[in-house]
Design a protein around this ligand. Structure first.
Ligand SMILES: C[S@@+](CC[C@H](N)C(=O)[O-])C[C@H]1O[C@@H](n2cnc3c(N)ncnc32)[C@H](O)[C@@H]1O
Length: 241
């Protein structure tokens, strides 16, 4: 999305401190305090002007939403559109590649990746929002039963991302090669509206990390057993003294 930088945006955005969370890294592990409730947190990465996340927040009051965006001008434009009654929506001006600075392990229940920049050239691959590197970051901030939803108009980015999710131990829960044909009442983004008006199909995938909870369970169980065995051995030694 190409938006000319808003003049004096660093100053202007300060007017929206009720919606924009400045220095969000200071809120790591404390997002429940920010929203003043225990509701699950859904995060949109690269929200642009924020239409999609605003509509989600308006419809789903028992979910907390955070829109993450690299461009301060986009954050400002988006914050201006938020109704004051939407207390379940916050905006952070942050880079997706640094999200572990902002969220504790498991603090996010769902991630939306909406029309991420495709970066088609191979030399720019590392900037895509579905590289190995950034998928590991998502795994760390997602709840063990958390989901990622990804949608795009770009076939190459979609194919690349499906392979990436599969290679990085994600299980595919839903996949559509024409989202608006397979689902009704889809909440759309600004880009989605633009591409649909041009007659382009929208690709969609929903994934969940595979089996990690079982691996953690086995690891914790094994550690417990080792501790119990050590305790029994020490007790026996003590009795024999
Ligand atoms: C193509 S636009 C899509 C905007 C919106 N999701 C939509 O569908 O209308 C991609 C957005 O992702 C943002 N973005 C790109 N890289 C990012 C990153 N590393 N972290 C956060 N946002 C990023 C860009 O600034 C841009 O606003």
């Amino acid at each position: 999305m190409h938006l000319r930088k808003v003049k004096d945006v660093e100053e202007k955005i300060k007017e929206y401190s009720d919606i924009v969370v400045f220095e969000p890294n200071l809120k790591k592990g404390k997002w429940k305090e920010v929203f003043k409730n225990d509701n699950p947190i859904y995060l949109e990465i690269g929200m642009g002007k924020g239409k999609f996340i605003r509509e989600h927040a308006r419809r789903e009051k028992d979910i907390n939403f955070i829109g993450c965006e690299l461009s301060t001008s986009m954050c400002y434009k988006s914050a201006k559109e938020v109704d004051s009654e939407l207390t379940n929506l916050k905006i952070i001006n942050y880079d997706a590649f640094k999200l572990e600075e902002v969220f504790e392990k498991g603090e996010i229940k769902q991630i939306f990746l909406t029309f991420s920049d495709p970066w088609p050239k191979a030399r720019h691959e590392k900037r895509r929002l579905t590289t190995d590197n950034v998928l590991n970051i998502y795994k760390n901030i997602l709840d063990k039963n958390g989901f990622i939803e990804f949608k795009t108009d770009n076939r190459e980015l979609f194919e690349y991302s499906v392979i990436q999710f599969t290679n990085n131990n994600f299980e595919i829960l839903e996949l559509s090669l024409d989202l608006h044909k397979s689902k009704e009442d889809v909440i759309t983004t600004e880009y989605e509206d633009k591409f649909r008006a041009l007659g382009q199909v929208i690709y969609f995938i929903k994934v969940k990390e595979r089996w990690r909870w079982i691996l953690n369970y086995i690891k914790n169980y094994h550690q417990c057993m080792v501790l119990v065995a050590m305790k029994l051995k020490l007790e026996n030694m003590w009795k024999s003294i």
